[in-house]
Design a binder for this molecule. Sequence first.
Ligand code: A3P
Length: 307
Amino acid sequence: KEKGWTTEHMYQYQGFWYHSVVGLQGIMWVEEHFKPRHEDLLLVSAPKSGTTWFKSLMFAIMNRGQYDCSTHPLLTTSPHELVPFSEIFFHLNIPFPNPDTLSPPQIFHTHLPFTSLSQSVLDSQCRIVYVCRNPKDTFVSLFHFLQKKEEENPREPLSFEEAFEQFCKGVSVYGPFWDHVLGYWKASLEWPERVLFLKYEDMKVDSSFHLKRLAEFMGYAFSLEEEKQGLVKEILKLCSFENQSNLRVNKTGRFRVGHMSMENNPFFRKGEVGDWKNHLTAEMAERLDRITGQKLNGYDLRFLDTL
Ligand code: A3P
């Protein structure tokens, strides 16, 4: 048990940290009950790595051709409503959408570390898309997100410096951040046909290339004809931060799961690579770089943190 980033304490389970006992029970519940099918797709991320963006990209890839530009669900519905977050169902005490009753394939999302994925997820052979982001921007994004949540219900959130200390120690929601990333990195090397490892920054820098990679892995490769029609660009535009963050649904709307609703707006802040420079001191940045260097030592894995 450790002091949490919000008023709730954090608890460690199987080497990773979770907010509150309820949060942890949700994790255990998903482990037991979540049974995707072979055709389903699982999007996994550490919090604040670009989940919202990748939910919209994957949804748009899978459903392209079904909607025209003016009727697309991503114009009026939060990506979080279109791609369900597994762990929240227990928390809300509502039935998890039973994959057997939904037509395959479906996209599901979890923040679970690789080593905590249940045997049924592994046995299903469903494909896993993992998205990660450089630790400095992830930390800054996470801090602001939790601050915003606490604003709704203010008590005693950690200061920026205290949260930074916790993050460095590995005590962050679904942390240690580096262990989360490495779990999926190793899995992607071992089972490349099952686990696709993507980086937020790569999608920013070379969007068309990585969108096509993602589509191919999902089993929805773009045809030459579709490329000529400009579909890749259309999807990137639809899902871009500029577009999504300015939609009414994401500015003032709420997304609903069961009886609960949550503001969409906190999931859209700046959407940039390198915002950490506006928040971390030089010492903080160096410290995170040092930890990252130590943790990733021996792995062919680097993060881009400036464009
Ligand atoms: P910042 O806080 O740095 O702006 P998650 O979706 O995993 O919760 O991550 C949220 C982060 O992704 C936030 O980062 C948010 O602004 C950014 N984000 C949300 N939608 C995005 C999009 N369409 N394109 C790029 N970044 C996006």
